[in-house]
Design a protein around this ligand. Sequence first.
Ligand code: SF4
Ligand code: MG
Length: 310
Amino acid sequence: MTLLAIEGLHTTYRSGTRLVHAVDGVSLEVGERETVGLVGESGCGKSTLGKTIMRLLDPSRGSIRLDGTEIADLDDRSMRSHRRKMQMVFQDPFASLNPRQTVFRLLDTPLKVHGVTDAQERRRRVVDMAGRVGLAPDALERYPHEFSGGQRQRIGIARALILSPRLVVCDEPVSALDLSIQAQILNLLVDLKRDLGLAYLFISHDLSVVRYFVDRVLVMYLGKIVESADHVSLWRDPKHPYTRALLAAVPSRDPARKASASLKGEISTAVQPGGCRFRGRCPLAMERCATEEPQLRRTSDSQMVACHLA
Ligand code: SF4
Ligand code: MG
């Protein structure tokens, strides 16, 4: 069953005198209980896409269907009843947690706002959620600044899950954490997904982070999806030159592989009109790539690629 279906989504914003097409015609689906990884370098539009799906940013056009309902053009009021189905975990939990509220209040408030009037029932749910994310019982009366980064992310996750959403957009949830803590938080997310039947759209610039637990991967470059594949195909047979470059950049213990290829040049928000937007950095670019934009085309049951060579 499809939980989230995006079609032809565009998000445009103004930067000085320029119009930035941060999300430039993206279509994707996330199924019930599915984990979809969204990867690409920073600046490729992943976070903007995540925030647009959450309706924290307004799309300039396109469709966002959540559980069968079109939400792309809903106003704030009408969005409210849909918000509980879909929540977000941010990279920096501290910035998203009100420093003047205890953990209890941080978790209790959304329940109140969404109409859980029975205070005892709210407390029961808050205590249950704190336990699920691995917070000690005394954590509830403390403030966010009293916790370490990893503990704060547990609080951020608890707050995202307290309303029992079905889809969670995770935007680089571990990239601000130490490596040893990253694994703990990733394991926690995997356990919660299994126990609560969640679907994730998991945003990361780091393919090695998504490698072990996503069902499918979408690779994004300058506002567009350039490859979509189930995770086995992506690692076994990446087709887009950008995907290959990202994979080659994943730290490897094999020194030969490490030296072989790295991504040259910088991602640029200034898209040259026409042609493939990766061509300035693509080792395989041909004449055609400068004039004709490659469309996302199916190359197998499980893979789609936007490259003239695929
Ligand atoms: Fe490279 Fe051309 Fe393929 Fe773009 S379309 S990725 S420039 S080969
Ligand atoms: Mg980002």
